[in-house]
Ligand binder design. Structure first.
Ligand code: TPP
Ligand code: DXP
Ligand code: MG
Length: 620
């Protein structure tokens, strides 16, 4: 019988003594390794917060006291001990548990997260509402050192510091973002981490200073001159103190006793407090401990060897992007790459090794990354911003205000465009076609295969001048599309398959789907023409209207939100043409495999063909 068998909710935890808690922590760690080895997910981050999560739910009266998890990828332990242990086998699967906190899943999930650096702002809102309603409970934001590099976190700290709002921030510092953390804040935290003194509160410091035997004239005059100056020498976290928060730490995030004592002390400190907790990402699993970046997000793996169970020889779009950018940068010395803490995910690892001086990791700071790119462009460089579609949402005004308005040549490599699958609503890249199309001066391309992808990257970087985006999906593709090697010309699409009865309009990954649809239709003696837009903006209106004027029926297929480019295309098709829109609905798409989600939303080739055959047409 394992202790974990009797643990389902936090009240079960609170019956345990410290020794039992330590046993439970070990059992939880093994449980997570086994479970995530089957489902995949965010392993290293969760291994690093086992003791922290148990101590939080032990110390705070959840769900009355509220815990907000920044990003939320590290909330698996939280989910296990808040009634969802048995459901962990459904993690990130269609109709299963989300990989992030979801209010719809549990009252213990206080705020939905997924994108970084939102927890302090959300916690402040929750705490301010508490105070306005004269309610009494603790509000705790758990934020990682990576997430703390996000601009929103600084905005919230600035507001919090002088607000005197009772709020506890637990800074989970493991020196890692997905890759090793970067930036001045990360350096500042490392200075504190390495400080030999474990000073738990400011009061201890003042006691230390008052009891300090005053030795030597210099120290005495120095003491007299500025007590704060001495504090700066001794007290870690003065940056936070000067912002108006009480700093506690550094605290050993794997020492349950120290955590419990610290949380107990924290409850008695008025106003905003930041607890600097030191943890190890990947703790307790040797592969994840030694390679926390590789084990940040994992597919199902063999626990003994640490090896992934699924291996594909076909390179991903990200891999093809990184390889092509290295080639282009070898000839074009003005090319620089920019990432917002996603070097590995965007395929820039090779680039960072070959051109270490020509890549800039902004931290989890997409807004800064985009405007820095604008600065690089205005001063003669050709910046390539590699960014996931959903994370680019964070920098929408920067794209408009700092890049497009000045018509600067910034290249956006928009990765994870379209459904991403397991990460769900917060991470699907289904809005970028819409939100980028609306921006004047913006040009948008979507490759249908790797040949087209590489040609579009070369065109965007070396031939084009102005704001330009190339959007491409998560994962890999082995499709080879007819005409994909024809020269890239601004606003020019291509006919992939001639037909006479129906025009199928599509771009990117959907071109392969459209070809499969046309093959199903052919068996029903329906002759379809397939148009590969290639350019989402500007659209090839001539090609489009020539084809639809011939067939008088158009099916527009886009793996984007309904009110994206498909709706735009519909407005330029003549009124006498029947139009069928096959897009994602105007709602947030949950998690699941991409195949399941496409099918669930009628975007698999069979569903599209059936709609056409069943004549689900809709006049303008
Ligand atoms: C706006 C945004 N940009 C990028 C990401 C991708 N991302 C997810 S977790 C992560 C690193 C988080 O580091 P940290 O907060 O230190 O958490 P840890 O994994 O170390 O526990 C990043 C960059 C994101 N979720 N949101
Ligand atoms: C939690 C987070 O936002 C990232 O870890 C994201 O899950 C990475 O996505 P990919 O797995 O598509 O790189
Ligand atoms: Mg971290």
């Amino acid at each position: 019988m394992k202790l974990l068998d009797s643990i389902n909710f936090p009240e079960d935890l609170r019956k345990l003594n410290n020794e039992e808690l330590n046993i439970l922590n070990n059992e939880l760690r093994q449980y997570i390794i086994e479970s995530v080895s089957k489902t995949g997910g965010h392993l290293a981050s969760n291994l690093g917060v086992v003791e922290l999560t148990v101590a939080l739910h032990y110390s705070f009266n959840t769900p009355i006291d509220k815990i907000i998890w920044d990003v939320g990828h590290q909330s698996y332990i939280h989910k296990i001990i808040t009634g969802r242990k048995e459901k962990m086998s459904t993690l990130r699967q269609y109709n299963g548990l989300s990989g992030f906190p979801k209010r719809s899943e549990s009252c213990y999930d206080v705020f939905d997260t997924g994108h970084s650096s939102t927890s302090i702002s959300a916690a402040m809102g929750i705490a301010r509402a508490r105070d306005l309603k004269k309610e009494k409970y603790e509000v705790v934001a758990v934020i990682g050192d990576g997430a703390l590099t996000g601009g929103m976190a600084f905005e919230a700290l600035n507001d919090l510091g002088r607000s005197n709002t009772k709020l506890i921030i637990v800074l989970n510092d493991n020196e890692m973002s997905i890759s090793p953390n970067v930036g001045g804040m990360s350096h500042y935290l490392s200075v504190i981490r390495t400080s030999s003194r474990y000073l738990s509160t400011k009061k201890d410091i003042e006691k230390l200073l008052n009891d300090m035997p005053v030795v030597g004239k210099t120290i005495k005059s120095f003491l007299k001159r500025t007590k704060d100056g001495i504090k700066k020498m001794f007290i870690p976290g003065m940056l936070f103190e000067e912002l108006g928060l009480t700093y506690m730490g550094p605290i050993d995030g794997h020492n349950t006793e120290e955590l419990l004592e610290s949380f107990k002390a924290a409850k008695n400190i008025d106003g905003p407090l930041i607890m600097h907790v030191i943890t190890k990402k990947g703790k307790g699993y040797k592969y994840a401990e030694t390679r926390p970046d590789e084990y940040h997000g994992v597919s199902p793996f063999n626990v003994v060897t640490g090896e992934g169970l699924k291996k594909s020889e076909v390179p991903t779009y990200s891999k093809v992007f990184g390889r092509k950018l290295c080639e282009i940068a070898g000839e074009n010395k003005n090319v620089v790459a920019i990432t917002a803490a996603m070097t590995d995910g965007t395929g820039l690892k090779e680039f960072s090794k070959i051109y270490p001086d020509r890549i800039f990791d902004a931290g989890i700071a997409e807004q800064h990354a985009v405007t820095m790119a604008a600065g690089l462009a205005v001063n003669g460089m050709v910046p390539v911003v590699a960014v996931y579609s959903s994370f680019l949402q964070r920098a929408y005004d920067q794209v408009i205000h700092d890049v497009a308005l000045q018509n600067l040549h910034v290249v956006f490599a928009v990765d994870r465009a379209g459904l991403v699958g397991d990460d769900g609503e917060t991470h699907h890249g289904v809005f970028d076609e819409g939100f980028l199309s609306q921006i004047p001066n913006m040009t948008i391309m979507a490759p249908a295969d790797y040949t087209e992808f590489e040609n579009m990257l070369t065109y965007a970087i070396n031939e084009y001048d102005g704001p330009v985006a190339v959007r491409y999906p998560r994962g890999n593709s082995s499709s080879i599309i007819n005409n994909s090697n024809s020269p890239v010309e601004k606003g020019k699409g291509a006919i992939v398959k001639e037909g006479s009865e129906i025009t199928i309009v599509c771009s990117g990954k959907m071109v392969e789907t459209a070809i499969k649809v046309s093959e199903i239709l052919e068996k029903q003696n329906i002759d379809a023409e397939v148009i590969n837009l290639r350019f989402i903006k500007p659209l090839d209106e001539n090609l489009l209207n020539t084809s639809v004027s011939k067939t008088k029926k158009a099916v527009i297929i886009e793996e984007s939100s309904l009110y994206g480019v498909a709706s735009l295309i519909k407005t330029i098709i003549p009124d006498d043409v029947d139009v069928l829109l096959k897009t994602l609905p105007d709602e947030f798409i949950k998690h699941g495999s991409v195949e399941e989600l496409l099918k669930a939303n009628g975007l698999d080739e069979k569903s599209i063909a059936e709609d056409i055959i069943n004549n689900k047409w809709r006049m303008q």
